[in-house]
Write a protein that binds this ligand. Structure first.
Ligand SMILES: Nc1ncnc2c1ncn2[C@@H]1O[C@H](COP(=O)(O)OP(=O)(O)O)[C@@H](O)[C@H]1O
Ligand SMILES: [Mg+2]
Length: 216
């Protein structure tokens, strides 16, 4: 058995009140998992914790066999730059630049190449010379996904990536994300309120009553 990409143990976190406690989750190479739960229950907070951006009140997170809270800042920065891909519902693209320039920023930082095949699969190849401001929300979301996948991350954290997309585009985005995990062995952790998107993942967890449970 290969080592998990992500292992979270006994995680608790509060903002004003307790959001969740005793959260345990692990994700293996090639594996996809969804997290569902009601708005405000703490799903995005959990993703921030798993993806190095927030330290929980209690618990441990191990990414690629490294204990996050024992790492130096430079090691965390390297993880973010090379190994972790993050996709949000609202994309953060550079508005004045073309789609191609936006993707090039990522490949320049990670020293990777833009793959034509990825642009074709996302149906954005013909859009790459357009300025971001000329593209629809759904097109922009696919550009931002191309930007993240072009980094060749070993794990992808996606927070409601299909939340603003029509159903056909949402399915296309899920196809691309799941194909990427199959082709590269990366893991995918997907937060969604869409049961049909969650059902396409290998497993689904539900965050409810401050507890994360694997759905069976
Ligand atoms: N940085 C923060 N500071 C204070 N409260 C926060 C912060 N981030 C999230 N919260 C609160 O924590 C709760 C869970 O938020 P969130 O993780 O975004 O939930 P979800 O993604 O499930 O909708 C919400 O009540 C939210 O207002
Ligand atoms: Mg959220």
């Amino acid at each position: 058995m290969s080592e998990p990409l992500l292992e979270a143990k006994d995680i608790s976190h509060s903002f004003d009140t307790l959001l969740f406690s005793n959260v345990n989750l692990s994700l293996n190479p090639y594996q996809s998992a969804a997290i569902v739960g009601r708005s405000g229950c703490g799903k995005s907070t959990l993703l921030h914790i798993f993806s190095t951006f927030l330290k929980p009140d209690k618990g441990n997170v191990t990414l690629f066999a490294k204990d996050l809270y024992a790492q130096k800042d430079e090691a965390i920065e390297a993880l973010r730059r090379y190994d972790i891909g993050i996709i949000f519902q609202f994309h953060y693209l550079f508005k004045g630049m073309s789609a191609m320039e936006n993707v090039q920023v990522a490949t320049m930082l990670s020293a990777t190449q833009i793959e034509d095949r990825l642009l074709e699969k996302l149906e954005i190849k013909e859009l790459m010379s357009h300025k971001i401001g000329e593209l629809s929300g759904g097109q922009q979301q696919r550009i931002s996904i191309a930007r993240v996948l072009s980094k060749r991350p070993r794990i992808i954290f996606a927070d409601e990536p299909t939340g603003n997309l029509d159903n056909e585009t949402a399915e296309l985005v899920m196809d691309v994300l799941l194909d990427y995990t199959k082709e590269t062995g990366a893991g995918l952790l997907l937060v969604t309120h869409d049961e049909s998107m969650a059902a396409r993942c290998d497993s689904t967890y539900k965050l409810e009553d401050k507890v994360l449970r694997l759905q069976v």
